[in-house]
Write a protein that binds this ligand. Structure first.
Ligand code: BDR
Ligand code: CA
Length: 320
């Protein structure tokens, strides 16, 4: 069993990841912190409560709200992909009697700042805690700045972010999570704790079509599956118009999958840097993944290959 803390900016695909993590017996989700990214952080925290409300949990992870602004850049959000509320506008859905279709979980948001909860968890589980980041790396960089010795005792940081041999999804060269806070990403990658990255090159290999999603949902008709169907409608429409297929990439589910089904993911060592200055290349993750250029001084493992069908099969098996 691996103890994890999830740092997230929910986000339609963040919801897939959080639900998968909480349904994975290999993982114990100790805490979840929110960060600005897909939405402003207050909305991200509300979305997290909505996602947790879909599950029938006896005990919730500790949750805390994190940073409202990237380290240096002004915040850029992604409402055009994830809907106005960041969660496919599920917050507007009502039942026939007018109550919320997806009410928030009945759990408290801690009064601690996200950064302090991260540090507390790192201290409580030294050499054991794995942090999984599904959004910009602002909270993690701030925790490092505040108390590096505690953060050095993390077992590893698993990151959804970056792109190496493909185009970016926010600019030609940059992936969203790194683009929003490139300074934070660079500080985290250079810190020295093992980093494992699921970049777009990997997440694009997992194509969840609308047909597959709806077939899985209709097979199960559970609260989780209904939520997945409702929350993805706007996002899948965006993909139809702008990406070229009706469906979506469930980017953020991959770092969770890398912990639960490591055999489905092949990674290579790399030295990863982030462009923090460039005007055309701001937020670009730069690394030479060619095997013949190794070894050198790797600071990360980068996932390059995913056994996509097996991963999707297992994913839906768990999200009953
Ligand atoms: C990442 O950007 C966000 O919009 C998604 O939630 C995911 O974390 C993919 O580039
Ligand atoms: Ca995300």
């Amino acid at each position: 069993m691996q103890r994890i803390l999830i740092d997230t900016d929910p986000g339609v695909d963040d919801a897939f990841a959080i639900l998968l993590a909480l349904r994975s017996p290999e993982l114990h989700v100790e805490a979840i912190t929110t960060v600005c990214g897909n939405t402003p952080v207050v909305q991200a925290t509300q979305n997290l409560l909505t996602i947790l409300g879909v599950l029938d949990l006896d005990q919730f992870p500790v949750i805390a709200q994190g940073e409202a602004q990237p380290l240096v850049k002004p915040l850029v959000t992604a409402a055009h992909v994830h809907g106005e509320d960041g969660l496919g506008n599920t917050s507007q859905l009502r039942t026939a009697n007018g109550s919320l279709l997806y009410p928030p979980a009945n759990t408290e948001v801690s009064s601690m700042a996200g950064v302090d909860l991260i540090l507390e968890m790192a201290a409580r589980y030294p050499d054991e805690l794995v942090i999984v980041t599904l959004g910009p790396l602002t909270n993690i960089a701030k925790a490092i700045r505040k108390d590096a010795p505690k953060m050095r005792r993390l077992r590893k940081i698993v990151v959804m972010g970056g792109v190496f041999e493909e185009y970016g999804n926010v600019t030609t060269t940059a992936e969203f999570n790194i683009f929003v806070d490139p300074h934070a990403a660079d500080e985290v990658f250079q810190f020295g704790v093992p980093v494992h990255i699921a970049p777009l090159d990997a997440t694009h290999q997992v194509i969840l079509t609308g047909e597959r999603l709806h077939a899985e949902v209709d097979k199960r008709d559970s609260p989780i599956s209904r939520f997945l169907k409702d929350s993805t409608q706007a996002c899948m429409e965006f993909y139809r118009q702008h990406v070229g297929f009706w469906g979506l990439h469930i980017h953020d589910a991959l770092p969770i999958g890398m912990l639960t089904y490591p055999d489905y993911f092949k990674s290579v060592d790399a030295y990863v840097q982030v462009e923090t200055e460039g005007t055309l290349t701001n937020g670009m993750t730069v690394a030479d993944l060619r095997r013949e250029r190794q070894p050198f001084n790797p600071n990360a493992q980068v996932c390059v290959k995913v056994t996509a069908e097996a991963f999707l099969d297992d994913f839906f098996e768990r999200l009953q």
